[in-house]
Design a protein around this ligand. Structure first.
Ligand code: ADP
Length: 583
């Protein structure tokens, strides 16, 4: 291992001048801007950058694949409201990280991917350098902004721009390209220090105009069946008290999008989550708070929505307005400023949800909750998703500080409904893309950033995308318990290939022992075939405070293809009608 260079060792003895280099300037710029953690995978040309960051007190978390490091940085950004940093090597490593950068941008999570790159003169003449690629051009379409630092004296400026761009306005992913030659460039230390700066007010408040606020108040005041939709933008805003005050003082029923669960506790009397269909179908004025009217909300269209509904949208991004439905009252600003402005300008009692509407939703909720309780009572064998997840829920209830990470198809749909949340920003899931592969990255970030326990509820297929990070979890001794819903397949495990005995496209190994994977790295492995065994294993695992994995053996015929979103599969003529070719 080469010792990291320091300004002292790099000093030119004759001149008695202190020197610095690109590595030091990157680390100093990050520290100056309160970056305390970097997620990454080392290699040429950034290995010494990671070493130096660690030597200077930045926590470095080393992963096994850049996608997972990137997902961790994105989740860290969401949880802390500060850009998460992901460090990648050139070309292939950079490309691996790009999936996470694009996903972060789609989810509006602030992150910066810093990547080393090849020498510009070789790249630009396509001379075939080691891992040669025009990374700046490649990153551009997949992130909020991409920047390259071309001179060592621009490192401070590049980092400042990247951090501010990631976190201001609508948050997102930023790519920062630093060629190897810039990292290795040397300059006078005093002059170098002067090139660095600390950001002032990196994510300024954005206040809505008074006329926009009054327009929204008028609409809400005249509503017969108002509804608030809380999205992950509202959770991200960390304006938890304002959200609660607004909801409770107006009495308006609300539904939380999946990552906004817990912003108000799921058992809040105004939650209409358990009467969601009725709420959408009948609401006449809908106020979206940090939630987009995208596919996850059926684009605001009938028949799921009342075709006469009028929309108010609170969003920091003006361009989001009218993207799906006409927005009758746009409120462009950050959630906190907007809700403050409404509280200031609405006379007490001016906005009040009519009792009849609240009662109608409450009655439907009570019916649906009773139906769900019946379903949860059943304890069939072999174990079904519902039974295993109810066991998880009951244990997690005793540890309210636990973060839940959740991905899969059925594992996602069912866990979202069964595991209720009581604390803001404690649920991280597949998000806007419904992406698979975020599991271990998000779990690691949640544990690293909070120190609290994390339970990652994973479909067996989803888990496979990031499973090797079990080694990372064990290496850093993180309090992450991975719960694999193992039904032996993508969606389900009983699909058959009609032609021969090769596995069908959705088949995985039914007999897979995921519990043994974590044992290989020194973690605790459990195999559970009943809800009681799931509960016992999870209780013990959480009490241990260390890495564990519970492989839950689920009925291979449990689960539906594509979960709740099967309708998104194009129909064609083949669906359900595939005949095998003759041999
Ligand atoms: P969900 O999937 O939970 O419905 P989305 O990701 O679709 O949520 O929407 C989040 C929205 O929140 C984005 O349109 C984003 O611009 C917005 N947003 C992010 N941060 C803030 C903030 N501080 N204030 C207001 N809006 C925000």
């Amino acid at each position: 291992m080469t010792a990291p260079s320091t300004p002292e060792t790099a000093a030119n003895a004759d001149m008695q001048t202190e020197l610095t280099d690109g590595y030091h300037l990157v680390v100093d710029a990050l520290r100056m801007n309160d970056v305390d953690t970097v997620y990454g995978v080392v290699g040429i040309p950034i290995t010494d950058l990671a070493r130096l960051a660690q030597a200077r007190g930045i926590r470095y978390i080393g992963f096994r694949h850049e996608s997972n490091a990137g997902h961790a940085a994105a989740a860290a950004g969401y949880l802390t409201k500060k850009p998460g940093i992901c460090l990648t090597v050139s070309a292939p490593g950079f490309l691996n990280g790009l999936v996470a950068l694009a996903n972060a941008t789609t989810n509006c999570f602030p992150m910066v991917q810093i990547s080393g790159s090849s020498e510009r003169h070789l790249v630009d003449l396509r001379q075939g350098d080691y891992e040669e690629m025009d990374q700046l051009a490649a990153a551009q379409p997949f992130c909020k902004a991409a920047y390259r630092v071309g001179r060592v004296e621009d490192i401070g400026r590049g980092i400042a721009r990247a951090l501010r761009t990631a976190v201001s306005g609508r948050p997102g992913g930023v790519y920062l390209d630093i060629p190897a030659a810039v990292l290795g460039s040397i300059m006078d230390a005093e002059a170098g220090a002067k090139t660095l700066s600390r950001l002032v007010d990196p994510a300024p408040r954005q206040l809505p105009g008074p006329e926009a606020v009054d327009r929204a108040i008028e609409l809400l005041a005249g509503a017969e069946r108002p509804l608030v939709v809380l999205g992950k933008g509202a959770a991200y805003a960390q304006a938890d008290d304002r959200v609660r005050e607004f909801v409770e003082s107006t009495g308006i029923p609300y539904i939380p999008m999946s990552m906004a669960k817990g912003l108000l506790p799921d058992d809040h009397p105004q939650s209409a989550a358990t009467a969601r269909s009725l709420a959408l179908k009948k609401a006449d004025v809908v106020m979206l708070v940090g939630a987009r009217l995208n596919w996850l909300l059926n684009h605001g269209e009938a028949p799921q929505w009342n075709p006469d509904a009028r929309f108010i949208q609170v969003d920091i991004e003006a361009r989001e307005m009218d993207s799906n439905q006409p927005i009758a009252a746009p409120l462009v600003g950050d959630v906190e400023s907007v809700l403050d402005a409404i509280a200031e300008r609405a006379k007490p009692g001016r906005i009040a949800a009519p009792a009849a509407w609240r009662e109608e939703l409450a009655a439907r909720s009570a019916q649906n909750v009773a139906k769900m309780a019946e379903r949860l009572k059943a304890d069939p064998h072999p174990m079904q998703f519902m039974g295993a997840l109810k066991a998880v829920r009951d244990v997690v209830h005793q540890h309210p500080e636990t973060y839940i990470v959740n991905e899969g198809a059925n594992a996602l749909d069912i866990a979202r409904n069964v595991i209720d949340m009581h604390v803001p920003r404690h649920r991280l899931d597949s998000g806007t893309w419904g992406v698979m592969g975020i599991g271990m990255g998000y779990a690691i970030a949640a544990a690293v950033e909070s120190g609290a326990p994390v339970v990652a509820v994973e479909g067996d297929s989803a888990f496979g995308f990031s499973g090797m990070e079990l080694e990372t979890i064990c290496r850093y001794k993180l309090p992450v318990v991975t719960v694999v819903m193992n039904n032996g397949g993508v969606y389900r495990g009983d699909d058959v290939n009609p032609l021969d005995d090769a596995p069908s496209p959705t088949t995985l190994m039914l007999a897979a022992r995921h519990d043994r994977m974590i044992e290989a790295f020194g973690g605790r492995g459990y195999r559970a075939t009943t809800p009681a065994e799931v509960a016992a294993a999870l209780t013990e695992a959480l009490a241990s405070g260390g890495p564990a994995l519970i492989d839950c053996v689920i009925d291979p015929s449990a689960g539906t293809e594509s979960g709740h979103i099967a309708h998104l599969n194009p129909k064609g003529i083949t669906v359900g009608n595939i005949t095998p070719a003759r041999k």
